[in-house]
Design a protein around this ligand. Structure first.
Ligand SMILES: *[C@@H]1O[C@H](CO)[C@@H](O)[C@H](O)[C@H]1NC(C)=O
Length: 503
């Protein structure tokens, strides 16, 4: 144990030295220019330290609960909404402000395309190298991707079924909240969102199976947020392993499902034997309508893995933050309670929620929107330049990595006066200016799960508010940190006060 630990230490150290030297060379030879061969200006900015770049400043800003300060400090220092930095071992051009967001969304797959850091790819993709799309193959691959993406969004929209979500939410509250005096919100919400995702995506509701999957996803998530060093014992290595196990499970499940589907006479959704009208079935079937290239089993497994992860982590964070804000703002809570009580009044006892009810939850949704503004669960994303282009007078070379961040607008007083204040009224009337409020991204790559997220958030809030008032058990201590997802440090323990039952 002691010796192997020592070996790991030495190996890490050597790797570090090696990378530092490589990177210093790279910086020395390639990153010292301020103008390019074509004469365009390079965006201002500092690449910080070798390898880690400005990563520590970025990390520290998040730890302090103000990740936006990383962006605002640099915008101010360089008097520019576009700047250069270095994160995760890459030189990155950061585009800030509404104009930056608009530019990215409008040029999706024209000038820019999605880029995933290699470490994330290593965990999430079966063939991290094969899927690496070089910028040159961009437009053709981009076309395909657009189609896939649209198809995918359509599948997700079909999944959205308020009654079904309500059924699962009711069961969740019965099992996990009833007769409790104190609960910790974050793990409970995760239980809800994960069970929901497993059911809607895979039709799995077997307790032990869901629990096992949930554990594996916990490991994957921890790895995604760790330092990507692939050595024995690291969170990163464990995450790669856990993701592999999940993918293997999924491939087995896909084969099983294909068998089940092929035993029916026709491929229509109505005639399926087990009524598994979930996303998995839709993805398998969509490969067989002749329109698309058939997705391989590993492709489907990769997509489902990503969906399970994206389908439960971000909504968990959002719901937890809403619960926090409702505890902190009784006047807002009262408004939400009033709205949700009105919804109940129009229904028969025990009747499930439907989409008309969701339409009535306008104020509650504003509260959710304001929570997402303050603690966006996906604060930004990477892109890669498909060709050379000029933006705001700066030259961006083909292949460059680009980052956009919703934080640069969500927390900007120019767009949201007193940005630190929790004010759901910002979303009344016309709401925020275009491209300033982008919790789901925008353009063709806008989050395909946004409708689903809206329903699962509102249905949860409906039940929580109808049943309880609550107060935080920790006052100042439970601040939000961004690591990189915003979370109360202690998971938000609360004391529940059930509403007195009227009879
Ligand atoms: C969710 O909660 C139920 C009831 O407490 C529990 O049996 C189940 O294991 C939990 N599932 C997960 C994934 O945490």
């Amino acid at each position: 144990m002691g010796f192997s630990f020592f070996l790991v230490f030495v190996a890490t150290f050597l790797l570090f030295i090696f990378l530092v030297s490589l990177y210093s060379l790279k910086l020395f030879f390639f990153d010292t220019k301020t103008t390019t061969s074509t004469g365009g200006k390079v965006p201002p900015g500092s690449l910080g330290w070798p390898i880690i770049g400005e990563g520590i400043a970025f990390y520290r800003a998040g730890k302090n609960g103000a990740p936006e300060s990383f962006f605002f400090e640099r915008i101010k220092k360089y008097s520019s909404n576009t700047f250069k930095t270095s994160l995760i071992g890459e030189s990155i051009t950061v585009l800030c402000g509404a104009a930056g967001n608009e530019f990215i969304f409008a040029n999706e797959r024209k000038l820019v395309t999605i880029w995933l850091p290699p470490s994330i790819k290593k965990i999430l993709n079966s063939n991290p190298n094969q899927h690496q799309k070089s910028p040159s193959s961009g437009s053709a691959a981009g076309e395909d991707e657009t189609k896939m993406y649209r198809k995918f969004s359509n599948h997700l929209v079909k999944l959205v079924n308020v009654g079904l979500i309500d059924t699962i939410a009711r069961k969740h509250f019965e099992e996990n909240w009833e007769n409790q005096k104190e609960v910790t919100v974050y793990p409970l919400v995760k239980n809800y969102t994960f069970c929901l995702a497993c059911w809607l995506i895979l039709s799995i509701d077997d307790r032990t199976r869901v629990e096992e999957l949930s554990k594996l996803f916990g490991i994957v998530m921890a790895g995604l947020m760790s330092v990507p060093i692939n050595l024995p014992g690291t969170k990163f290595r464990r995450a790669i392993k856990a993701a592999k196990i999940v993918r293997k499970d999924l491939v087995t499940l896909i084969r099983q499902r294909k068998m089940e589907l092929s035993t029916t006479s026709s491929f229509t959704m109505e005639k399926k034997p087990l009524n598994k009208q979930d996303l998995l079935t839709q993805m398998i079937l969509s490969g067989e309508d002749g329109e698309d290239n058939v997705m391989s089993e590993t492709d489907i497994a990769d997509k489902i893995l990503g969906l399970l992860l994206g389908g439960h982590e971000p909504p968990t964070v959002v719901i937890t933050c809403i619960m926090k804000h409702l505890a902190e703002h009784p006047e807002v809570y009262n408004e939400v309670l009033k709205e949700q009580t009105d919804v109940i009044k129009s229904k028969a006892p025990g009747e499930l929620l439907n989409s008309d009810d969701i339409q009535k939850m306008k104020y509650s949704w504003n509260v959710a929107c304001e929570s997402m503004r303050l603690a966006t669960s996906s604060s930004g994303a990477f892109r890669q330049a498909l060709s050379d282009f000029t933006y705001e007078g700066y030259h961006v070379a083909k292949g460059s990595k680009i980052y956009w961040s919703s934080l640069s607008t969500h927390k900007n007083p120019e767009y949201f006066p007193e940005p630190e204040k929790f004010k759901p009224s910002r979303f009344e009337g016309d709401g925020p200016a275009p491209f300033t409020y982008i919790p789901f991204g925008g353009g063709p790559r806008m989050c395909p799960g946004r409708e689903y997220a809206k329903l699962e958030i509102l249905v949860f809030i409906h039940h929580a508010v109808i049943k309880y008032r609550w107060e935080k058990l920790l006052s100042g201590d439970d601040k939000l940190i961004f690591n990189p997802l915003p979370l109360p440090v202690q998971g938000l323990p609360i004391r529940l006060h059930p509403h007195p039952t009227k009879k």
